[in-house]
Design a protein. Structure first.
Length: 656
C-alpha cells in the first residue's frame, strides 16, 4: 500500500474515532442536561413559595441548552398564574456547565407578569418570593448551592414582547406596561468585570403611545452584594433624564431587594410633552425634575422635586414654581409646594391619588393675591389672604369640590354715593314727625361722611360646595362702622345675604344731633345699628338698608322723645312746636294742646321731678298762715298736672 493510501486510511480512522467520540460526548451532554433539568427546577422551587409548572422541556444539542415552553408561576393558594412565559431558551457553554456554572444566553418570549395587590396591601409577587425577602431561601439549599446565583453569567439576555399588569382588590383600575423589550450582555455575579450594558423599552398605553427607553450600565459589586447603575439615561420623546445608584440584592444582612437610585432631568418642554400624552395637559412652559427612589423593590419610596421659573396653567401665569412630592404605593403626597400667582403666593400641601379620576385632599394657603388680577378690574387694590382645605373626588370636576376655611380681603374702596337715595330719608323722617331737625340729613349726601372711603378688610369663614360658596359669617370694618352677616355665592356669579350695619358712636353723633333722640334710637349704646341685605352680581351687588326697620326705630324714638317732653311738664321748644303744628296736636281745641302750651315757671337746675319752691314757703311761714298755704298749693299743682299729662299721653299713644 502506497503512502497516499495509508494517509487516507489514517484519516478515515481519525474521522471514525472523532464521530464516535463526538456522539458519545453528545449523549453524555444530553444525559447531563436531562439530569440537570430536575435539580434546576427543584432549586428554583426551593427559593419560592407557590408552584412552578413547565409544560415542556426540550434538550437542544447544538448549541447546547434547554428550550422550556409554557412556564407558569403560581402564588400560594392561587389558581390563576402570576407569571406565564410562552417560551424560554437557555444556551450554555459546556465546560462551565460541567463545573455547575451557568454561562450562556437567555431568551424569553412573551412573558406576562401580573401584580395583584390584596386588601392587605401585599402583592402576589411578595408572597411568591417571601422566602427570599425573609432570608429563608438559603436554609432550603445545601451549603454548596446557597450561592447558586453567583455561578450565573449571562453573556446575552433578551426579553421580547413582555407585559406587566397591576390590579388592586376592590378597584377596577388597571395599570399596564406593554411591548417591553430588554437587551443586556455580560451580566456577572461572581466577580467585578466590565459593566454590563442594558437597554429597556416599554409602552404605558394608559398614558401615552410614545415608547419609553432606559439605558444603563450595570456592574456587580461583591462588597455591597448588588449592582452599581452607571451612566443611566431615561428617554421619552424629547424628555431626557439621567440616573444612577445602586440595586442591592438579598444577603445575610439584608432580607429584600433594596433600591438606592437618584435621577435628574434636563429642561422638559410641557408643550412638547403634552403632545405625547393621551390626555392633553392645560399647561405650557419648561420644568426640571430631580429626585430619588429608595426602599424595597416591591414598595419603593419616590421623592420628586419639580422646579420651573414660569408656567402657564389653564391660562394663569405661575412663577417660581416649586413642588416636592413623595409616593409610596398609590397616594402622592405634596409637601412644600409653592408658586407665585396673581401677584401673590400660594402654598399647597396634601395628598392626591392618581387614577382614571384623580382625587385629592389639599391644604391651600394664599398670601396677598391681587383681586385686580383675579377679577380683571385694574383699579381694585384689594388683596386676598387665607387658608382653605379642599376635597376633590375628581380634580377635573369642579362641581364635586368641597371644603372651606378662613379668608380675608382688603382694602376695598367705597364709591362716594348719595345715601339719601339709598335709605329714603324723607320716608324715614316722615315716620317720626318732628325729628327732621334732629338729624343731619345733609351728612347723607356724601357717603364718605357716614361709611368712610374704604373697607379695611373683610374676614369670612368660607364653605365650598362645587361652584357655590357660603360666607358664614363674614365681618368688615373701618373707622366709621363695623358689620357682620352671612351670604351665599351661587355658581360663582350672584350673591345673596344680609347682616347688621353698626355705625360708630362718633359718626352716629354727627348724624343724629339730638342727644335724646340718639339715645332712644341707639337704645343707649351710642352707635346706630341697622339691618341690610346684599344681592345681585358678585362684581356689583346691590346693598339695601332695611328702611322699614329705620322707620320703626325713628317712630319709636320720636314718641319716646315727645313723651319725655310731656311727662316733664316742660314748655316745648320751637322744634316741638313746629312738629305739633303739622299734627292733630296743633289744634288749639285739642285738650292735649292746651296742656302742652300751658305756662310754667322756668325749670331749676335741680333734678327733674323734685320741688324747687319749698324754700320760699319756708321763708313765708313766719309771716302769715295764708302765705304759707299758697305756696303749698303751688307745689302740688305741677305734680297733679304731670300726672294728668302722663295719663292723657298714655291714653292717646299707647291706649292705656
Amino acid at each position: 500500500m502506497n503512502s497516499q493510501g495509508k494517509l487516507t486510511k489514517v484519516l478515515l480512522i481519525f474521522l471514525a474515532v472523532f464521530c464516535i467520540g463526538a456522539t458519545a460526548f453528545g449523549f453524555y451532554v444530553s444525559y447531563y442536561l436531562k439530569n440537570i433539568q430536575a435539580p434546576l427546577i427543584s432549586a428554583l422551587r426551593s427559593q419560592i413559595d407557590g408552584e412552578l409548572k413547565i409544560e415542556k422541556a426540550k434538550v437542544h444539542l447544538f448549541p447546547f441548552g434547554l428550550d422550556l415552553k409554557n412556564i407558569q408561576l403560581f402564588a400560594p393558594q392561587e389558581t390563576t398564574p402570576s407569571t406565564s412565559i410562552e417560551e424560554a431558551k437557555l444556551r450554555f457553554n459546556l465546560i462551565p456547565l460541567v463545573q455547575k456554572k451557568f454561562e450562556g444566553a437567555l431568551t424569553v418570549v412573551r412573558p406576562e407578569v401580573h401584580f395583584r395587590y390584596g386588601k392587605d396591601g401585599k402583592s402576589n409577587m411578595q408572597k411568591i418570593f417571601a422566602p427570599i425577602l425573609a432570608g429563608e431561601s438559603d436554609k432550603r439549599l445545601s451549603s454548596v448551592d446557597q450561592l447558586w446565583w453567583k455561578r450565573v453569567a449571562v453573556n446575552k439576555l433578551k426579553i421580547e414582547k413582555a407585559q406587566f399588569t397591576t390590579t388592586r382588590a376592590g378597584s377596577a383600575e388597571k395599570t399596564e406596561l406593554k411591548n417591553i423589550s430588554i437587551e443586556a450582555d455580560r451580566i456577572r455575579f461572581d466577580r467585578a468585570q466590565a459593566p454590563a450594558k442594558i437597554k429597556l423599552s416599554y409602552d404605558i398605553p394608559q398614558v401615552s403611545k410614545m415608547p419609553m427607553e432606559v439605558i444603563s450600565r450595570l456592574q456587580y459589586d461583591d462588597q455591597i452584594v448588588g449592582f452599581h447603575m452607571l451612566d443611566g439615561e431615561f428617554n421619552w420623546g424629547d424628555a431626557r433624564m439621567q440616573f444612577g445608584g445602586e440595586t442591592l440584592l438579598p444577603s445575610p444582612k439584608r432580607d429584600e431587594v433594596m433600591l438606592d437610585l437618584h435621577f435628574k432631568s434636563n429642561k422638559i418642554d410641557l408643550k412638547k410633552l403634552g403632545k405625547m400624552l393621551n390626555q392633553k395637559i392645560p399647561a405650557s412652559g419648561t420644568l426640571a425634575m430631580s429626585g430619588t427612589v429608595k426602599g424595597t423593590a416591591f414598595a419603593p419610596l419616590l421623592r420628586l422635586v419639580v422646579d420651573s421659573p414660569s408656567l402657564q396653567v389653564s391660562g394663569k401665569n405661575l412663577s417660581n414654581f416649586h413642588a416636592e412630592l413623595t409616593k409610596k404605593d398609590k397616594p402622592v403626597n405634596l409637601q412644600n409646594t409653592h408658586f407665585g400667582i396673581f401677584g401673590g403666593n400660594v402654598n399647597v400641601s396634601g395628598q392626591a391619588i392618581p387614577g382614571p379620576t384623580t382625587s385629592a385632599k389639599l391644604n391651600i394657603g394664599m398670601k396677598s393675591l391681587s383681586i385686580a388680577e383675579i377679577s380683571g378690574k385694574k383699579d381694585q387694590p384689594a388683596r386676598l389672604n387665607g387658608n382653605l382645605q379642599i376635597s376633590a373626588p375628581n380634580i377635573q370636576n369642579l362641581n364635586a369640590i368641597s371644603g372651606g376655611g378662613k379668608i380675608s380681603v382688603g382694602p376695598i374702596p367705597i364709591p362716594n354715593v348719595d345715601l339719601k337715595n339709598k335709605v329714603r330719608v324723607a320716608e324715614v323722617l316722615a315716620a317720626g314727625a318732628g325729628v327732621g331737625p334732629m338729624i343731619n340729613v345733609g351728612m347723607l349726601s356724601n357717603s364718605s361722611n357716614v361709611i368712610g372711603r374704604q373697607i379695611n378688610q373683610i374676614d369670612a369663614i368660607v364653605g365650598i360646595q362645587g361652584k357655590n360658596i357660603s360666607l358664614t359669617p363674614y365681618s368688615m370694618a373701618n373707622s366709621h362702622f363695623t358689620s357682620s352677616g352671612n351670604a351665599s355665592v351661587i355658581q360663582q356669579k350672584t350673591i345673596q345675604g344680609g347682616g347688621v350695619f353698626n355705625l360708630n358712636p362718633s359718626v352716629t353723633a354727627q348724624l343724629i344731633t339730638d342727644p335724646a333722640l340718639r339715645h332712644s334710637m341707639t337704645e343707649g349704646k351710642g352707635g346706630l345699628s341697622v339691618p341690610y341685605t346684599i344681592s345681585g352680581p358678585v362684581e356689583d351687588p346691590k346693598i339695601q338698608v332695611n328702611n322699614d326697620y329705620l322707620k320703626k326705630i325713628v317712630s319709636k324714638a320720636a314718641v319716646a322723645t315727645l313723651r319725655n317732653v310731656l311727662t316733664q311738664g316742660i314748655q316745648p321748644d320751637k322744634m316741638v312746636e313746629s312738629a305739633l303744628n303739622q299734627t292733630p296736636l296743633g289744634d288749639p281745641k285739642n285738650p292735649l294742646n292746651q296742656i302742652l302750651r300751658a305756662t310754667q315757671p322756668p325749670p331749676q337746675k335741680n333734678p327733674i321731678g323734685t320741688t324747687s319752691t319749698t324754700t320760699t314757703p319756708t321763708r313765708t311761714t313766719t309771716t302769715t298762715r295764708t302765705n304759707t298755704t299758697t305756696p303749698q298749693t303751688n307745689t302740688t299743682t305741677p305734680q297733679k298736672k304731670t300726672t294728668t299729662n302722663q295719663k292723657i299721653l298714655d291714653q292717646l299713644l299707647f291706649g292705656k
